[in-house]
Design a protein around this ligand. Structure first.
Ligand SMILES: Nc1ncnc2c1ncn2[C@@H]1O[C@H](COP(=O)(O)OP(=O)(O)OP(=O)(O)O)[C@@H](O)[C@H]1O
Ligand SMILES: [Mg+2]
Length: 252
């Protein structure tokens, strides 16, 4: 069954683009319009890489994935931040009305902020925290920093694969962010994408003399995906995927 959150706003042509669902267990991203691009949500246990250029909204999407997951779908979450402090995360998320401190205090969210250290210890910390609150969602932001753990690409792939396996074994669905430069959009993607079950791309597209935020689902194992790029909007309540007709109104 195809779920159309935008209801009447969805045109017939766009509804046809929505891929069919092949697996039953889905984790809803909670981003309006995104789940319809991948058959109703992310297949449970997937390791998804969220790639994007600077300022494209990767962190906001991750916060929303966590907040909606906990508050709307009753799925606890673990947020691993390799860059920000707990305080800056609380402040940033609260700017969108997402009270992470409250979620942490009620035992529904665990935030791990760590310095760059041993990868195996990081993996163990994630596993322990996920098990402690029976988390269903894990976010690692920015995940690209993983590369700094390893000298050799083969090592990196092996270790990230082992992280993915561990998360699957405890039925956690994970998003790892990855920074890519605008001018590298057409070049080969990083190693995480090869190892990952899914890749979501968030970036700026140039139309006429302006940049527009766009989203695409490049790959999602075990499900069909919408191949078209869609416009996205960031506002005071977070990120949402717009329909094509809304984009045309925007581009004018
Ligand atoms: N309330 C808001 N309304 C509209 N846009 C906003 C709002 N708050 C933040 N933004 C936009 O969101 C973008 C930042 O998003 P975010 O930090 O998630 O990006 P990112 O991809 O994680 O960036 P980085 O590569 O620096 O980590 C900024 O470009 C900013 O303009
Ligand atoms: Mg960020």
């Amino acid at each position: 069954m195809v779920i159309l959150a935008r209801g009447a706003k969805e045109t017939k042509a766009e509804a046809k683009e929505s891929p069919s669902s092949e697996v039953a267990g889905r984790v809803k991203s909670g981003i309006p319009g995104l789940d319809e691009m991948m058959g109703g949500g992310i297949p449970v246990g997937s390791l998804v890489v969220l790639s994007g250029d600077p300022g494209s909204g990767k962190t906001i999407l991750c916060w929303q994935f966590i907040y909606e997951g906990v508050t709307k779908y009753n799925e606890n979450a673990v947020f691993v931040s390799l860059e920000e402090t707990e305080e800056t995360i609380y402040d940033g998320a609260l700017g969108f009305g997402w009270d992470f401190r409250k979620l942490v205090n009620s035992g529904k969210l665990k935030i791990i902020t760590i310095e760059l250290y041993d990868f195996e210890r990081l993996k163990t910390a994630i596993e322990d925290n996920v098990k402690a609150i029976n988390a269903k969602r894990v976010v690692i932001d920015p995940g690209v920093i993983f590369r700094l753990f390893f000298d050799r690409e083969l090592d990196a792939r092996k270790r990230i694969m082992s992280l993915g396996k561990m998360l699957k074994s405890i039925h956690a669905t994970a998003i790892i962010t990855n920074e890519i430069a605008l001018d590298q959009m057409t070049s080969l993607y990083g190693l995480e994408e090869y190892v990952a079950d899914g890749v979501i791309l968030l970036y700026h597209t140039k139309i006429k003399n302006r940049f527009y935020r766009s989203i695409a689902v490049l790959k999602m194992r075990r499900t069909g995906v919408t191949e078209n790029l869609k416009p996205v909007q960031i506002g005071s309540d977070g990120i949402k995927v717009l329909s094509k007709s809304e984009m045309f109104t925007e581009v004018g």
